[in-house]
Design a protein. Structure first.
Lengths: 305, 229
């Protein structure tokens, strides 16, 4: 009885305020789509960073057997144990070096698998195609050149890479986009909240007769407020569902089809469907709770109980 | 049932109090008329009983509870034991007569079966048997007030507050409403009724409480209206 009564009140309220309800749905959908987009963008950056990105500054890649045949830097053959020992001793003597970690072929293979999963490229690889490497953390990350001049061209060294140099510009771009998305999201969120507060106010005003009578006959505060809160929550949930739709469609058209970035940029590891799907419950919950809370606080002001 | 101890009420931003030092007691089962000119404090008196306002000084006891100490969330429970009737009926225009009465039971969570049983019963009591499916707009003023009384009475309150219930009705219809309120009073429900209707007060010969400029100036058993314009 009570549930049915409350549900019919919600339907009446939402229809009475159709334009406002629509505005709430659109603003909630946009703000939460941006929220989800921003989360996914962070995920994308993390996916691209790989195992060593945040841990070290410079990597010295050592020649393996296949490099010995193809790479001019490794013309003298794969790295030997003495060469490795010599590099390590030299590294440890350098004052700019903070820590040195050795990565074997097996470890490199494992980390690669973790990052790229079962992409076609990863599944064709074997551990002995991977390179051994020294991963170096510097006391001052700017001193990359010191390591590069010292070890580039040395026997057994295939290349010295500044870990940040390769991806930093891209990450900066993504980061900037992320902040822009967050700023727009914050703005849309404020708009959404103000719309909800206003909708609730209009709704409470247009039903002041009913609520007045409810008060007279002794309805509890919660019972009087529930229809308004539920109205906001339902409108928000519809907006949240639309936002989820946006995210799914966006991933589909940007990564898999349409723009099809995954085919055009096949060296980049893109976020999977699981990354998108795990965000959806969070977005739906936010879309339900945020408007409900906004309505609750708005009612404290506009609906005397 | 109702006890006022030295009650005063000053509304914010007003210097003249709406009620000044009012003390009185209404016993269970009484029928009390509240008379006085406009602005004499009748409405404030009723609003204090309904706990729509709090007293500035003194204590208001209703149904044995000190309303100053009643926390906000308990107020609805207190109001469920009161019935209220107003001059302007306060019916929901888009609900039928039956739904309007049922509304008072729905909001306090009565079961559908209970509602189905008690609504026709109370409508019969107020003389509107069989009019459950009519809309309030189709009824006369007297009939609308009967619906309001049915709604106030359906939860069998111990106390019925009526604020000029005959104010919008012609004398003949008013008599019918008064007979109904008298009948409700005879079931043991205490009735407090504010009114301007001299004939009604003079005919009924009930207790009369008169307010003037917020002061209690007369409290008379079996009184008459007595107020001269």
């Amino acid at each position: 009885m009570r549930a049915q009564f409350v549900l019919s009140e919600i339907g009446v309220g939402l229809r009475r305020n159709l334009t406002m309800t629509f505005a709430v749905i659109v603003s909630v959908a946009l703000s939460l789509a941006l929220f989800g987009g921003s989360l996914l963008m962070s995920d994308q950056v993390n996916t691209m960073k790989g195992y060593w990105y945040d841990k070290v500054n410079v990597s010295i890649f050592l020649c393996n057997k296949s490099d010995a045949e193809s790479d001019p830097n490794c013309a003298k053959g794969a790295v030997t144990e003495e060469q490795k020992d010599q590099i390590l001793t030299d590294l440890k003597k350098m004052s700019v070096v903070d820590t040195v970690t050795y990565e074997s072929q097996d470890q490199a293979y494992k980390h690669y698998k973790e990052q790229f999963g079962d992409s076609p490229l990863a599944s064709s690889l074997t551990p002995d195609q991977m390179q051994e490497s020294y991963r170096i953390k510097l006391k001052d990350p700017e001193k990359y050149q010191v390591i590069a001049t010292a070890f580039n061209g040395r026997d057994g060294v295939q290349s010295v890479q500044d870990q940040k140099g390769i991806l930093d510009n891209l990450f900066e771009l993504l980061n900037g986009m992320n902040w822009a998305a967050r700023a727009v999201m914050a703005l849309m969120l404020v708009v959404a909240l103000m719309l909800i507060v206003n909708t609730v106010r209009v709704s409470a005003f247009s039903r002041r007769r009913e609520t007045g009578i409810m008060r007279l006959v002794g309805a509890s505060g919660f019972y009087i407020q529930a229809p308004f809160i539920m109205e906001a929550a339902v409108a928000g949930l519809i907006g949240g569902t639309v936002a989820c739709g946006f995210l799914v469609i966006a991933r589909y058209f940007i990564i898999d089809h349409g723009l099809a970035l995954s085919e055009k940029l096949n060296l980049i590891n893109f976020i999977g469907w699981d990354a998108v799907l795990t965000k959806l419950p969070l977005i739906l919950a936010t879309s339900l709770l945020m408007p409900a809370l906004a309505a609750f606080f708005a009612l404290r002001k506009y609906l005397k109980v | 049932m109702i006890r006022f101890d030295n009650v005063s009420k000053v509304y914010p931003k007003q210097t003249r109090p709406a009620l000044r030092d009012v003390s009185l007691e209404v016993e269970k089962g009484e029928f009390v008329f509240l008379v006085g000119s406009s602005g004499s404090g009748k409405s404030t008196f009723l609003r204090l009983i309904l706990r729509e306002e709090r007293a500035s000084h003194g204590q208001v006891h209703v149904l044995g509870k000190d309303l100053a100490r009643l926390s906000n969330w308990k107020v609805p429970h207190m109001r469920r034991q009161l019935g209220t009737v107003f001059q302007d009926f306060r019916l929901l225009p888009n609900k039928t007569v039956g739904e309007n009465v049922a509304f008072a039971q729905e909001v306090i969570g009565k079961s559908r079966g209970e509602i189905r049983k008690s609504v026709p019963q109370v409508l019969e009591l107020v003389g509107l048997g069989g009019k459950e499916d009519r809309m309030p707009g189709e009824l006369s003023g007297g009939e609308q007030q009967r619906v309001a009384i049915a709604r106030a009475f359906v939860n069998r309150p111990k106390l019925l507050i009526a604020d000029e219930p005959t104010g919008n009705l012609d004398p003949q219809t008013s008599v019918g409403i008064m007979k109904l309120l008298d009948r409700i009073n005879r079931t043991g429900t205490t009735v407090v009724m504010a009114t301007h209707d001299q004939n009604i007060v003079d005919q009924m010969r009930k207790r009369v409480i008169e307010l003037e400029k917020g002061r209690l100036v007369r409290d008379q058993a079996r009184g008459v209206y007595g107020y001269q314009h």
